[in-house]
Structures are given as C-alpha cells and as structure tokens.
Design a protein around this ligand. Structure first.
Ligand code: IPM
Ligand code: MG
Length: 384
C-alpha cells in the first residue's frame, strides 16, 4: 500500500482509539458495581488451568482449595468451577484473547483463580491476562513481597488496565519505516489506583507511599499519573507521598541501605510489571510471588510469572513451583473475607519454606515435586 494511504489509515485509527479511550474513561466514572462477599449466599470460584506448567500448578491449588474450604463447599457456600478453554490452542483457533464462551463462563463466577497462560510475542493476538484484566475491569494489581530477615515488606499497586497495555496490540506500522505504540493514562483510571494504594496504606498502618514514574520523560502520561497521585494523597495527610523515577527505584530495590524504607508503591502498568519481577526475585524467585487483580465487581488471582514452556519441553513440569499459586490462593481467601484461613495458609507457607523446608523445590529432579510440597503444606495446616 502506498505510504500516503497508510498514513491516512493510521490517522483514522488514532481517531477511533481516542474516542474509545475517552468512552472508557467516562464509563469508569459513571458505572460502578460493587461486590460484597459477606452478603452473598454463595461465592463461585472459577479455576482456569492455562498453558505450560499452568494446569500442573493449578491442579495443586485446586487440591489446596478443596482442603481449606472443605466445610464451605459441603455447605454449598462455595462452589469451585473448572473453566476449560483458556488455552493457547483454543485462543488461536478462535483468534480471540479469551473466546466468547469462555469469557461468559468467567463472568458467571465471582472470583477467578488463574494459572499462567502463554502470551505470544508479536502478532495481533492479545494476551489473555491483559484481556481478562480489561474485560473484568481489574484495575489494581496488588503484589506483596516480603523478606523478613532483610526488613522488606513491600506492597506494589500496579495500575492494571491502561498505560502501555491497553492498546499494546493496536499500534500502527508504516511499512519498513516506523512503528508507533500508544500509552494511555486516564484521570479516573489513575485516581482509582491511587485511592486503592493510599487506602491500603491507611488500613495497614503504613506511613509511606512511593509514586514511581518516569515523569521527567513521559511528561503527559506519567506527569499526569504523578500529579493525580499527589492530589489523592492530600486526603491521607498521615501518609508521606514521595516521587521516585523508575530507573533509580529499580536500583534502590537492591540497595540494602535504602530498600527497607519503602512500604507501598503505586505505579503505571509496565513499570509495575517489570519491577515486581525484580522484587519477586529478591524474595526468592518469581515462583514465590502471587498477584491479586482487583476490581470493584470481580477479582482474579494468579501467579506473577508466565507459563514456563521450557519446563514442559524439558519434561520438568511436575517440578514446577506451585507456591506462587498458593500465595494467590491466600490473597483470594483474604479478599473473600476468610481472614483466619488466609493467615493459617500464610503461616504454613512460611513454616514449609523457611522454618522446616523438608521439600525444597528446585524446578528440577534434584528437588521435590509440586505435589509433594502441596501434601506437606496441607499436612502442616492440618496440625495447626
Ligand atoms: C504479569 C505478566 C503479564 C503482564 C504477561 C504474561 C502478559 O508478565 O502478570 O506480570 O505483562 O502483565
Ligand atoms: Mg510480569
């Protein structure tokens, strides 16, 4: 296609995107649906197996849930529902990030426990994670990382529905000349993640929130993000709001003299993605970290890592660490109001990994399998 025609099409596409994003912001402001788990007769938990090591570690967390919620399931207060079809094969076959029928099943649940799904590099098929976060409007990605010995107790509030992700599969290309992707920051989208972070800080007695951007370079999007976070911070005078740039914050997380001072972080989507992998590695690896995707109506809980196809290719799937999914399970229990059960699971995880690590997972056959570790964890809970 001749270049002028491509430019015209790109301009037209930009107009469409702009109108769509404005509409999304307006909808965010006007339509709010809240879920109150305490008032519900029954909570439906949807379990998505995913790809690669997903089905293996997901089966272990389903076993754990059956065990922890035995009484509630028997009494009909909780239903565990397996959702099939969120696989890369099915998504490619339908050419949809989440096929319509699978999305309908997901939406019929109240909370979702999701195993990792494969995300293709390039192409136009959107990531299933990104699609689910958008479709269920899960705007707060909450990722806790703690290392007691090092005085680390961090909670990241990653904006989860916009930034570099919302139009990541809808960029523009002028053949062999240039490519454009878009980064979107909306006012309401920023204020709601800021409120979530400051509200969490207040409820948990935290005194410091780091607002992490690159506002010196991305002046419109990150500049606005930072400004609006400071505006929200005015309603929380007991909490110090500090500005940090993402590059130096990345360094500070490995700076032993600085890092234990940080408590809560609020940051745009892509920076949040990258820095939480770094944080998880400091905790002991991405296999040890869970992630909560919270919206006003729905919530989805997952591991922070991907589907590790290499482990499957090399026949090491049963040695994959399910701890990230167990952490996600703990966060899910807490979110639904099962605080005591969540506390127990948390304590048992610490016992099994730090106090008496009888079954150490290495990801290889010199370590324990995920199933052996899960058995040990459940036996530990039983004794508590
Ligand atoms: C995460 C993952 C996802 C993301 C991928 C799998 C799409 O890295 O949850 O952090 O980039 O958000
Ligand atoms: Mg990530």
């Amino acid at each position: 296609m001749e270049e002028q025609k491509q430019i015209d099409l790109a301009v037209e596409q930009f107009r469409t995107l702009l109108l769509e994003q404005i509409a999304r912001e307006r909808k965010m402001e006007s339509e709010k649906k809240y879920t109150d788990y305490e008032k519900m007769d029954k909570i439906i938990i949807g379990i998505c197996g995913g790809d690669g090591i997903g089905p293996i570690i997901s089966a272990e967390s389903e076993r754990l849930l059956q065990f922890i919620l035995k009484d509630e399931i028997a009494a009909g207060k909780i239903e565990l529902r397996t959702i099939e079809g969120l696989t890369i094969e099915n998504r490619i076959a339908h050419n949809q990030a989440i096929p319509d029928d699978v999305l309908a099943e997901i939406k019929a649940c109240n909370v979702i426990l999701k195993a990792p799904t494969t995300t293709l590099k390039g192409g136009t098929l959107e990531s299933a994670n990104v699609a689910m976060r958008r479709e269920l409007d899960l705007y707060a990605n909450v990722r806790p990382v703690a290392v007691a010995d090092a005085g680390i107790d961090w909670t990241f509030f990653r904006e989860n529905t916009e930034g570099e992700y919302v139009l990541g599969s809808r960029g523009v290309q002028i053949d062999d000349t240039l490519c454009f992707d878009f980064k979107v920051t909306t006012y309401e989208g920023t204020k709601r993640i800021a409120r979530a972070a400051f509200e969490y800080a207040r409820k948990n007695g935290k005194t410091n929130v780091a607002i992490v951007t690159k506002a010196n370079i991305m002046k419109k999007t990150d500049g606005t993000f930072s400004e609006l976070c400071h505006e929200v911070a005015k309603d929380y005078p007991e909490i110090t709001a500090e500005d940090w740039y993402i590059d130096i914050m990345t360094a500070n997380l490995v700076n032993e003299r600085q890092r234990s001072k940080f408590q809560v972080f609020v940051l745009p989507n892509l920076y949040g993605d990258i820095i939480t992998d770094e944080a998880a590695q400091i905790q002991g690896g991405v296999g040890t970290a869970g992630s909560a995707n919270i919206g006003d109506e729905y919530a989805m809980f997952e591991a922070i890592h991907g589907s590790a196809p290499r482990m499957i290719e090399q026949g090491r799937g049963q040695y994959a660490n399910p701890t990230s999914m167990f952490k996600a399970t703990e966060m899910m229990l807490r979110h639904m109001g099962f605080t005591e059960k969540a506390d127990k699971l948390d304590k048992a995880l610490t016992y099994c990994t730090v106090t008496d690590p009888k079954y150490v997972i290495t990801g290889r056959d010199d370590g324990a399998t995920g199933a052996e570790f899960a058995d040990y964890l459940m036996a530990t809970i039983e004794k508590m």
